[in-house]
Design a binder for this molecule. Structure first.
Ligand code: 5AD
Ligand code: FES
Length: 349
């Protein structure tokens, strides 16, 4: 039984590396439920029974990077590539706005066509058309100056998962052209520039150990991101990790709960990957302490081309269907969708 460690995390909001390792490598179903109950209570005390929704527009699957786990990596020659126009992106947001979305997440591969100037122009246009909405960018690593210009254009938030806090592990997941140090610098720059900043990692990525996850949890506790994206690793058939096993569903839920206990006010999505490895994943994620859901607003025609991993859900459903489906799913567990912007309301910088 690890209830004592969960209580300690709740009281002190941190654990030592060895305590984290113990908790992560050896937990029972009872521990997991204990953490989920505690996390759900904390989440309800901060957010009520309201779930924030973010509409994701996957605007390009062209990527200069070659992350070994990712289906849209440069070396995947099987994939047909696409890039939405500014008008198409804005039309996704228009649809989304009608369905009640007040946050748009613009996500893409690292596509050189979307220079800072072009991206800033799109951000400005969206902010002008929808002044009541937040714009979140998720388009990878850039230099500080670039991030600063996007912030000046009106972008409110930025998602960049750190992927792993362990440098050696990072190097097993990425080609040598990418650097862990630069990734971490990007995150510090983003936060420093005033973005609401999201970090996060896959659970069960190849070569990940309990020690890696312990380092991730310590990193999150020190860095204090405003948002944390956690999802299971799921292999993609056209990547070098095609034969690696998926991450554990139970461990993902457990870590969601531990993140909520550690950072009560953090914005914590029940991710699409969690919904992909289990049909009730998003509901159970919410019941384990998550408070955000991020459905897809991309045009139906391109959805199957933004396959980061195999069998990704919601690639055949119109945005309106997803919106209704989520509404029902949340109602089924006693929650309501919130149509507010859902900004980070905590006190930490
Ligand atoms: N399985 C699960 N998540 C993945 N991501 C990329 N590839 C996979 C995969 N095979 C996640 C990464 C990235 C985010 C956009 O999607 O963590 O940061
Ligand atoms: Fe997309 Fe259910 S959320 S179909």
């Amino acid at each position: 039984m690890n209830k004592d460690l969960i209580d300690k995390l709740n009281a002190q909001k941190q654990l030592s590396l060895t305590e984290w390792e113990r908790l992560i490598s050896d937990f029972s179903d009872t521990d997991r439920k204990y953490a989920a109950d505690m996390a759900r209570e904390i989440s309800q005390s901060v957010f009520g029974k309201k779930i924030f929704i973010r509409g994701i527009v996957e605007f390009s699957n062209i990527c200069r990077n070659d992350c070994l786990y990712c289906g849209i990596r440069r070396s995947n020659a099987e994939l047909s590539r696409y890039r939405l126009t500014k008008e198409e992106i804005i039309s996704c947001c228009k649809g989304g706005h009608e369905y009640g979305f007040r946050t748009f997440v613009l996500q893409s591969g690292e596509d050189a066509w979307f220079t800072v100037d072009r991206t800033a122009d799109i951000v400005r246009e969206i902010k002008k058309l929808f002044p009541d909405c937040a714009v979140t960018l998720s388009m990878g690593e850039m230099e500080r100056e670039d991030y600063a210009r996007l912030k000046a254009a009106g972008a409110d938030r930025y998602l960049l998962r750190h992927e792993t806090a362990d440098k050696t592990h990072y190097e097993k997941l990425h080609p040598s052209s990418m650097s862990w140090e630069h990734r971490m610098k990007c995150l510090r720059d983003l936060k420093d520039l005033g973005f609401q900043t999201g970090a996060g990692m896959m659970i069960g990525s190849p070569y990940q150990t309990a020690e890696c996850l312990a380092e991730d949890m310590q990193f999150l506790s020190e860095f204090r991101p405003h948002m944390i994206g956690l999802g299971p690793f799921i292999p993609h058939k056209d990547t070098p990790f095609r034969d690696m096993p998926s991450g554990s569903y139970e461990l993902t839920l457990f870590l969601l709960s531990l993140c909520r206990i550690m950072l009560p006010e953090v914005l914590l999505p029940a991710t699409t990957a969690l919904g992909t490895i289990n049909p009730k994943g998003r509901e159970e994620g919410v019941l384990a302490g998550a408070n955000v859901i991020m459905p897809n607003l991309s045009p139906l025609a391109v959805r199957k081309k933004y396959m980061l991993y195999d069998n990704k859900i919601c690639t055949g459903d119109e945005s309106a269907q997803c919106r209704n489906c989520l509404e029902m799913r949340m109602r089924s567990i006693g929650y309501e969708i919130s149509v507010s912007r859902g900004d980070f309301g905590g006190t930490y910088k």
